[in-house]
Every structure is written in structure tokens, then in C-alpha cells.
Design a protein around this ligand. Structure first.
Ligand code: SF4
Length: 343
């Protein structure tokens, strides 16, 4: 393990290849069999109504907006059936923070999906769970336990952005604080659920603030061991109000450097994802030599980053090809990163 100060020094280094090689050796230690995984799943955004007005978000619509929606259950069922028909194993269901949907609405949705479909439900980021608890007048623990009992299998790391309250105050003033994000994940882990950790960087934060984020994630993992993966991606500025202030998106070099440092510093988290959705296939492929051992989802449907200008597309065969061409063995996985599939 390297220290916070050593990791911060790597951010100041211009030896990109050296950092990549160091990350690659951590990746090899954790995944000596040379497998790079991907998942077939689908993002379902059950509502785009939201009360938080995050400045980096091009997805939400304010309450009452004519383009706002809450998907009826039948629409969600049809999307899940389509996912299963395409060989999918899970759905990542997230939405805006709706002030009128109480926990019973979510319990009914989860249990009616589970009654109909054999599918892993990876749903509701920390801000949504905090919102459900508030709207329903429940403790965080009871909220997560009730969602779990209704069918929630695991929790995505969305809503982390940069876990530093100065940054959060600037880009998502109304959304959950660093402590609230930590509390959701820690509580879920204590209740026996697995979650992922994410980081959206390149939104004007300092390198120290980026490191603070990595340190928080590392400490939670030391305490609970509940994170399955770390998934960093870059802020996509198109159609966002923050994009008027952050003139340049992070470059591919900055992405690869941050990915590699994440792999080196977070060596207590088994999986690190190289993102093709925000970076494109070529950078994603390079990321496999900068510490990444997973390329994420083939993304049957994705509305949030495409609303902010990321329009990359890939089929399963393309993802398998870039993995093979980088010298690895492609394997389909499930949401909990199990690659027991025979392919
Ligand atoms: S990022 Fe999430 S919480 Fe923020 S405005 Fe968008 S949908 Fe709402």
C-alpha cells in the first residue's frame, strides 16, 4: 500500500508510463489470471424529476416540467424483459430525488420486479436513499433494511462525485453531504449488502480534494470490506450549467493517471473499472494497462451521461475485441463481479 502523501506525489508526477506500470503490477497481483470482465445490464432511470439542481447534471427536470416523467411499472417491466432477452443479468436503476415518492412506492416496485423476473437489482444511489428516508420519516438503517427486504440486492456508488464538502457545496449544494454518502454505504455494508464506490473528477477540484475522496473510500473499505469495485469517470460538461465554468474536460492522460493512482492506492478494493462510456473505447482499452480489470456494462440504455454529451456506443463483441486486443481474456460477470459464466 502507498500512503496518502505518496499517492498525492504521483498526481504531481509526469511519469505517466511509470505510474501505469505500477498500477498494472497491482492489477496483476489482484487478478493474475488475466481476466477482464464486463456486464450485460441496463440502466433504468425510473424518474427524471429532481429537486436538487446539481450544476453538473443535464438529466434532471424540475417538478412540473413537461419533459419530466415517472415510469409506470409496466414500462420498467418491459425494459427488464428486454434486458433478460439480451442475456442481461442485472439492472442499475436510479432516478432523480422525487419529493413525493415514499418508501412504499419503492418497496412495491422492487417486490413486483422480483416476483416476475430473476434479475439482480442494483439500485438507488446514496442521495436517493437519503431522500427516501427523509420523505418517509425513517432512519437510514430502517430504510435500507426495508429496501433490501423488498428485493434490493446491492447499491451503486453514484452521487459521490468528489467526497469533499467544499466541492459538493459548489457543484451540488442541495445534494447529500460527504458524511451522508459515507453513512449510506457504511450502513449498507453493516447490513450485509455490497456497494460500489465511484468518483466523478475534473469538476474543478484540487488534487488534494481528489485524494481526500480516495482516502475516504479506502478507509470505509478497511472498516467494512463492502465495496466490490471502484469506478472513476470524468465530468462531462455538455448541456450542464457547471460546464460554463469548467471550460475543459479532463484529458485522456489525466483520466489514465487518475485511474492508475486509484488502482495503486485502493489496493484493498478488488476491482477497478476502466470506463468506455465517458472515455471512448480506445482510452478504455489503454486503461486496462493502467490498472483497470473491468470495462463495465455494454449499456443497453444510458440516459444520464448521454444527456451530458457522452455518446460512445459499444456492442458486446466490440468490448470483447478491445479486451482481447489488449492481451486479456474477456469474461461476462454479474453485478457482484462473479465471472462464473462459461464464455
Ligand atoms: S445528479 Fe442526481 S440529484 Fe443531482 S440534479 Fe441530477 S438527478 Fe438530481
Amino acid at each position: 500500500m502507498i500512503s496518502y502523501a505518496e499517492a498525492l506525489d504521483l498526481f504531481g508526477s509526469d511519469d505517466l508510463i511509470g505510474i501505469g506500470m505500477q498500477a498494472d503490477s497491482v492489477r496483476r497481483r489482484l487478478h493474475p489470471e488475466g481476466i477482464v470482465s464486463y456486464i450485460i445490464d441496463r440502466n433504468i432511470n425510473y424518474t427524471n424529476f429532481c429537486t436538487e439542481y446539481c450544476s453538473f447534471c443535464a438529466f434532471y427536470r424540475p417538478m412540473g416540467h413537461p419533459e419530466g416523467y415517472v415510469h409506470p411499472k409496466e414500462v420498467i417491466f418491459a425494459k427488464i424483459q428486454e434486458t433478460l432477452d439480451l442475456g442481461g443479468t442485472g439492472v442499475l436503476m436510479q432516478g432523480g430525488l422525487h419529493p413525493g415518492l415514499k418508501i412504499e412506492w419503492y418497496e412495491d416496485l422492487l417486490s413486483s420486479i422480483k416476483q416476475r423476473f430473476p434479475i439482480h437489482l442494483h439500485c438507488f444511489s446514496a442521495p436517493e436513499i437519503t431522500n427516501i428516508a427523509e420523505v418517509s420519516g425513517l432512519s437510514l438503517r430502517d430504510t435500507i433494511a426495508r429496501l433490501r427486504d423488498a428485493g434490493l440486492d446491492s447499491i451503486p456508488g453514484g452521487g459521490a462525485e468528489i467526497l469533499d464538502d467544499e466541492v459538493r457545496h459548489r457543484i451540488s449544494r442541495l445534494k447529500c453531504s460527504t458524511q451522508e454518502w459515507v453513512d449510506v454505504h457504511r450502513t449498507a455494508h453493516q447490513l450485509g449488502m455490497r456497494t460500489t464506490a465511484t468518483m466523478m473528477f475534473g469538476c474543478g477540484e484540487t488534487l488534494e480534494q481528489r485524494m481526500n475522496h480516495l482516502q475516504i473510500v479506502r478507509r470505509i473499505q478497511e472498516e467494512t470490506g463492502g465495496f466490490t469495485a471502484f469506478i472513476p469517470w470524468t465530468f462531462q460538461r455538455e448541456n450542464t450549467s457547471l460546464g460554463r465554468f469548467v471550460k475543459e474536460e479532463a484529458t485522456a492522460v489525466e483520466y489514465l493517471q487518475t485511474l492508475a493512482i486509484s488502482r495503486i492506492y485502493l489496493d484493498n478494493i478488488e476491482n477497478v473499472q476502466s470506463s468506455w462510456v465517458t472515455q471512448g473505447l480506445k482510452t478504455c482499452q489503454l486503461g486496462l494497462r493502467f490498472g483497470g480489470n473491468d470495462v463495465g456494462s455494454i449499456m443497453i440504455e444510458e440516459n444520464v451521461v448521454s444527456a451530458a454529451g457522452a455518446h460512445h456506443r459499444a456492442s458486446e463483441e466490440e468490448l470483447r475485441r478491445i479486451i482481447r486486443d489488449a492481451g486479456f481474456v474477456p469474461k461476462q460477470r454479474d453485478t457482484l463481479y462473479r465471472t462464473y459464466f462459461l464464455n
